[in-house]
Design a protein around this ligand. Structure first.
Ligand SMILES: NC(=O)c1ccc[n+]([C@@H]2O[C@H](COP(=O)([O-])OP(=O)(O)OC[C@H]3O[C@@H](n4cnc5c(N)ncnc54)[C@H](O)[C@@H]3O)[C@@H](O)[C@H]2O)c1
Length: 241
């Protein structure tokens, strides 16, 4: 099936982690013919990902951006539009967890960090690209949810639950504009985010498929959501686990 992604420009956040979902998403979109704007707080890793995108023959720019910082997000979006002529796809992938610890051991700064990166971060980038997408009557925004109700991840899960309701409302607000907003929830996988979680090995056999999710499992789902062929997905949620 032709996903009709060739020639599109995708902005992917959080593609700097060399073991994360964002890098696989960026490379899959590049293989499908997209040019890439990559924004991550980790510039060194993002440059490595950008080199692999270039090797696939696609145009790419890598920027250091903290998605919590609206000024930096606005600069990233402006630079991307100036350099590439437009942004067709936003993959709001950047995410992090302050510390895996019980709620009563967390500080207000820990809560702010989790909500800041995982909820405000996705709102910031969506808010920055939407006027541009709506002015062109086209666009795809793919938000990233995640594990909710998991002990020691209370405020992270709260932010990820917020992303679901944010997406539902936003998808309806922009209905008919040509911009489609979706949210998906990747399965539990061994990425930078979970590297310090000692529960991974014992959880893996209890998952639906009896194994952890991999970046290669996630990337085609996002490519589908980013594509023209997913045009009936308005206001929908996709759960990958
Ligand atoms: N790994 C899992 O089990 C799992 C499960 C469900 C959802 N997710 C979600 O998948 C997405 C990708 O995470 P991952 O698992 O690949 O983890 P990862 O740590 O490997 O990648 C996350 C990336 O986000 C970047 N990032 C963190 N804070 C940032 C900030 N403030 N501004 C910009 N970039 C920032 C990191 O530098 C990193 O490159 C996240 O939204 C995460 O919440 C992961």
């Amino acid at each position: 099936m032709d996903l009709k992604l060739s020639g599109k420009v995708a902005l992917v956040t959080g593609a700097g982690s060399q073991i994360g979902y964002g890098k696989a998403i960026a490379l899959t979109l590049a293989e499908e013919g997209c040019d890439l704007i990559l924004g991550d707080i980790d510039l060194e890793g993002t440059n490595q990902t950008a080199d692999e995108v270039k090797a696939l023959g696609r145009k790419v720019t890598a920027m250091r951006v903290d998605v919590r910082n609206r000024t930096q997000v606005d600069e990233m979006v402006k630079k991307g539009i100036d350099e590439f002529g437009g942004i067709d796809i936003l993959v709001n992938n950047a995410g992090a967890s302050s510390k895996m610890m019980p709620f009563m051991k967390m500080t207000k700064e820990d809560w702010d960090y989790d909500i800041g990166v995982n909820l405000y971060g996705q709102m910031n980038v969506a808010h920055a690209v939407l006027p541009h997408m709506m002015s062109r009557n086209q666009g795809r925004i793919i938000n990233t949810s995640g594990g909710q109700g998991i002990p020691a991840l209370s405020t992270y899960g709260a932010a990820k639950a917020g992303v679901v309701m944010f997406t539902r409302a936003l998808a309806k607000e922009v209905q008919g504009s040509g911009v489609i907003v979706t949210v998906y929830s990747p399965g539990l996988g061994a990425t930078g985010l979970t590297a310090d979680d000692p529960r991974m090995d014992s959880i893996a056999p209890t998952l639906a498929l009896g194994r952890l999710c991999t970046p290669q499992d996630v990337a085609p789902i996002v490519a589908f959501l980013a594509s023209e062929v997913s045009s009936y997905m308005a206001a929908s949620m996709v759960w990958a686990h």
